[in-house]
Write a protein of this length. Structure first.
Length: 238
């Protein structure tokens, strides 16, 4: 594995949802890079690091890097550029490196920019698949997200009204990731359409996991960044 780079998916939060291949890769590489964000109190928090600490992995080889959380991506891209340079210097000495990502590293991963930049630098990244958060969310409550010939659309939170309405009218199940990004659209939509089925999840796979399908409870929630809303055609019985 000398001089190789791996994009390792950790799953949504529950350490038992990591794949065996991902775990074996983490133990085989010499350096593991793990993303974190600085909170308002100045401390760096990392969901990825929380997962790694619960796995049989040598955390001494983990290096935490900070990714600024902002809709303006310039600072985050600059952080990824610095990390890419560090990774390339390690690869040049023959070291193997893993870069972790929550959920699946190829599904709405903010690290995708970095993976592409490393490829463009002549260092292909071998991607290790993981469990996306919305799949884990459905399984956590026994929700069959789609069945038979039903269609599914997964979108980020900042959806347009037209997108949302078109999706429901077309009889598709809609999965919305990062719900707060579309709060201005979603709250009035949910209030206007109580006839639909809603499943709201927060912090899937963590001790703070929360779930409700009750419309009033959903509307009363303070939507968090790590939240998922599933909207399905049908009668909401709650």
């Amino acid at each position: 594995m000398n001089g190789q780079i791996f994009g390792v998916s950790l799953g949504p939060g529950d350490p038992e949802l990591i794949t065996l291949k991902a775990l074996n890769t983490l133990n085989a590489v010499e350096v593991i890079f793990c993303p974190g964000t600085k909170s308002s109190d100045g401390n760096v928090k990392s969901r990825s690091m929380n997962i790694l600490r619960q796995l049989p992995v040598d955390t001494a080889k983990v290096r935490l890097f900070q990714v600024p959380m902002s809709r303006q991506r310039e600072e985050a891209l600059a952080a990824y550029d610095r990390l890419c340079a560090e990774i390339l210097s390690l690869i040049a000495t023959g070291k193997s490196v893993a870069v972790t990502a929550e959920g699946d590293a190829c599904f709405y991963s903010s690290a995708n920019y970095m993976y592409e930049k490393l490829r463009q630098s002549g260092c292909p990244v071998k991607m290790i698949a993981g469990v996306p958060a919305f799949i884990a969310a459905g399984a956590s409550v026994g929700l069959h997200v789609v069945k038979q010939q039903e269609r599914l659309l997964v979108v980020p939170g900042d959806v347009l009204v037209e997108e949302l309405l078109e999706t429901v009218v077309s009889k598709r199940t809609l999965v919305i990731m990062k719900v707060p990004l579309g709060e201005a659209v979603l709250r009035p939509f949910v209030a206007r359409h109580p006839e639909l089925q809603y499943d709201y999840f927060e912090q899937v796979g963590t001790p703070d996991e929360f779930y409700t399908s009750d419309v009033e409870t959903i509307l009363a929630c303070t939507f968090t960044y790590f939240s998922i809303l599933v909207i399905r055609p049908g009668i909401n019985k709650n």
